[in-house]
Design a protein around this ligand. Sequence first.
Ligand SMILES: [Zn+2]
Length: 294
Amino acid sequence: MSKKRKVFVYFQMKKWGREVLSLLDGLVTPAVIEKLTSENSDSFYGDNGEWLDSAIRSADPGKDIDESSFQFLASRFRERYTHIRVFHGCRPVDVGEYYQRGFLPMDPEQLIETARRYFLRGQLKEINEGLLEKAIAEISTKHRANHIYFVLDDRHLLNGAGEYLIYGSEYLYCLAIRLTGNCESILRKMGIPTIFACDLPVEMVDSWAIDELVGHLLSTLFRSFESGEKKTAPKTRFSFWIKRALPSEFIHSHYHPSHIRDSHNYHIVHESIETSCPFCKRPQEHIQKNQGRQ
Ligand SMILES: [Zn+2]
């Protein structure tokens, strides 16, 4: 029998805030919380937990701590949650492909083929293979190849990283802006702005990403105590990547936003008229049909 999913959902801060505090039970006592609420929360960094460790030591000088509170929570987090709700912004021509094959790590060769199809075989007479080769040589794939990027908060895709929804692949966009002609406008016409919500298995996430996540959560949680308990979480740009495929069974849902800020164009609001696709309804049936063929 498969294990019941216990999904961490960042947006539900009231819920996870209580869960995180209960995971830290015995370490973060009411005395620690009281001490921290009297301190300046600007020093509650997400990448260095010394502020929390020192508050724990200060509240109970006799306490024997053999690992940092961040590390302690990271191991508890892996025990408590089976999945993390994450979001991926893109501009697929065929949304159904994601429900068929899942998410695949970025493949530069495949995207170069797409660039040839879009930029060389279209109406842009001024673009040639030589110019495309030059652009390919200039764009690094170091932090792109074999990666799939996810964010914790889909609001970031709408307001701070809308380029993935408006232009699609960042690699294609980088190639486009190095070529002459209006290649960007071609990218804006291909596909449909899409945000996928996925429940990513914790076991697929590298330990550095879990460590960074729990640091971010603790920083967010204790900073929020200044202004009282929050039901929903503040906006965050937190992102990370995996370097493996994510099967479609982990797609929770998807949607097509109508208003997106264009971070590559003075943050003006891009209005998309396409807000639905054939897979908006009953994508699960499509998955089952596809699995039945295998
Ligand atoms: Zn759809």
